[in-house]
Ligand binder design. Structure first.
Ligand code: PGA
Length: 255
């Protein structure tokens, strides 16, 4: 973290978990544990049908609720999809785009990730843009090239002004939901690579202001070490975001 230069953001990604009632209960349980922890932004990204209940439960707290994806078209024949305007209409401020599970299981590409990012930004939302290498790429020694290419393609056509509303989540795919965490050194090194690419695209001054999270089996036991690294500005948390005490411990590590 480097709180002097950029905001620390701890975001939960609930994935396909929690009914509206379960989300209400979770928010009620986690709220007292994170109350007053103002050194980071606290967000939970929820399944579409759960967003409204979670927002209601979080009203008046320091917790914000986001979505887990958004479509790029303003409206039309895209069965099963949800537009940026629809999310804005219910007050959603944050949205995850480009999660590796979307890329892996739902055939999203850098091109559609870029379009989704643009649609969300145009609607006035903040985007948590996920990218990261798969295991074979890390083993082949091409992690820097992969994340560099993703950063460039996913942000193509996005201005420095718009970039103020983008958080990048570096998520090595091999570390997601596997219990394998990148070492603090690996996380720091690759987050720094991404920041260097941002410096090439937008200039060093702008790059220094961008929040770059780490994601991939971040939990109560490893968060402090990861967040101690200067280029790791927060976390995108899956499994541990479903357990109030674990999530709160990560928020505490960011204080
Ligand atoms: P995990 O998920 O914390 O369960 O590894 C992280 C993510 O997918 O964002």
């Amino acid at each position: 973290m480097n709180p002097a230069k950029r905001r620390t953001v701890i975001a939960g990604n609930w994935k396909m978990n929690f009914t509206p009632a379960q989300a209400r209960e979770f928010i009620a349980n986690v709220t007292p544990l994170v109350a007053g922890k103002d050194n980071c932004d606290i967000i939970f990204c929820a399944p579409y049908v759960t967003i409204a209940a979670a927002m209601e439960a979080a009203e008046g707290t320091n917790i914000k609720i986001g979505a887990e994806n958004v479509h790029f078209a303003p409206k039309g024949a895209y069965t099963g999809e949800v537009s940026a305007e629809m999310l804005r209409a219910i007050g959603v401020e944050y949205v995850i785009v480009g999660h590796s599970e979307r890329r892996q299981y739902f055939a999203e590409t850098d091109e559609t990730v870029n379009l989704r990012t643009k649609a969300a930004l145009a609607a006035g939302m903040k985007v948590i843009l996920c990218l990261g290498e798969v295991k074979e790429q890390r083993l082949a020694g091409i992690t820097d090239e992969v994340v560099g290419m993703q950063t460039k393609l996913d942000l193509a056509g996005i201005s420095a002004e718009e970039l103020k509303n983008v958080i990048i989540a570096y998520e090595p795919v091999w570390a997601i939901g596997t219990g394998l965490t990148a070492t603090p050194e690996q996380a720091e090194e690759t987050c720094a690579v991404i920041r260097n690419v941002l410096a090439d695209l937008y200039g060093a001054e702008v790059a220094e202001t961008v929040t770059i999270q780490y994601g991939g089996s971040m939990n109560d036991a490893n968060a402090a070490e990861l967040l101690a690294k200067p280029n790791v500005d927060g976390g995108l948390i899956g499994g541990a975001s479903l357990v109030p005490e674990k999530f709160a411990a990560i928020v505490n590590a960011a204080q």
